[in-house]
Each structure stands twice: as C-alpha cells, then as structure tokens.
Design a protein. Structure first.
Length: 147
C-alpha cells in the first residue's frame, strides 16, 4: 500500500505561496507607513521648534527674519497636511493588505484542515484494514486448530 497523497497539494502549495506573498506585501506597507509617521513626527517637531524660535526670538529678529519664519511655518504646515493625508492613505492600504492576508490565511487553513481530515481518514482506513486482516489470520489459525 502506498502512503497518503493529497490530491489538492498543488493548490495548497499555491495558497501557501500566496499567503507568504501577502505577508511580505503587508510588511512592506507597514514599513512605508512607519517611515511616513516618522517623517510626520519630525516635521511636527520642527514646526514647534520654529514656533518657539519665533516666539522667543521675535525681538531679536528683523522684519526679514520674521517673514522668513512665517513663510517657513506656512510651508511646514502645508507639508504636514500633505503628509497626514499620505499617512491616512497608507493606513487604509495597511488595513486592506491585512484583510487580504486574513482572507488568504483562511483559504490556506481550509485546505490544510481538509488535508488533515483526509489524512486522518486514510490512516483510520489503513488501521481498519490491518485489523481486519489480523482478525482473519487469527480466525484461520483458530479454525485450523479446531478442525
């Protein structure tokens, strides 16, 4: 007798590969999100520093310095707004990729459990046939001794 062979093994392998691919895509999306969050935090910190310089050094700054600070604050505010939108888009993308990964994991898990059930059923069938064969040997031996 040959061993158990799962007929859908190629499909299971494909689904495992797709799950791994989805995991790597999700990891890339999370890294991209983290980079954007770090960039956003840096810009917000820089903005607070410029505000502090403008407040504390307003007496020592001439008109051009104040104008430069105001323009720089405006520029940073716009960049922060754009980066916040990018962060929101990346968060949505991470959420989408996470749900995609969950779907692929579920598909793979269904096939894995099917394989496990079929393997268990195959092993039970083998055990039953072996038990039946052993019972027949015992019955034949008993009938020879009796007859």
């Amino acid at each position: 007798m040959s061993g158990f062979r799962f007929r859908l093994q190629r499909v299971l392998n494909y689904r495992e590969d797709m799950e791994k691919e989805a995991q790597s895509i999700l990891a890339g999306a999370r890294i991209s999100l983290q980079e954007s969050l770090t960039e956003l935090a840096g810009m917000k910190y820089e903005l607070t520093e410029v505000y502090n310089v403008q407040k504390t050094g307003s007496e020592s700054l001439d008109v051009n310095g104040r104008l430069f600070c105001a323009r720089y604050i405006d520029h940073l505010s716009k960049r922060i707004s754009v980066t916040e939108q990018a962060v929101q888009e990346k968060e949505d993308k991470v959420s989408e990729k996470r749900s995609d990964l969950e779907t692929r994991m579920l598909e793979r898990k269904m096939l894995s459990s099917l394989k496990e059930r079929q393997s268990t059923a195959f092993n039970m069938e083998i055990k039953l046939s072996e038990q039946k064969m052993n019972d027949e040997f015992a019955l034949n031996g008993y009938s020879r001794r009796q007859g």
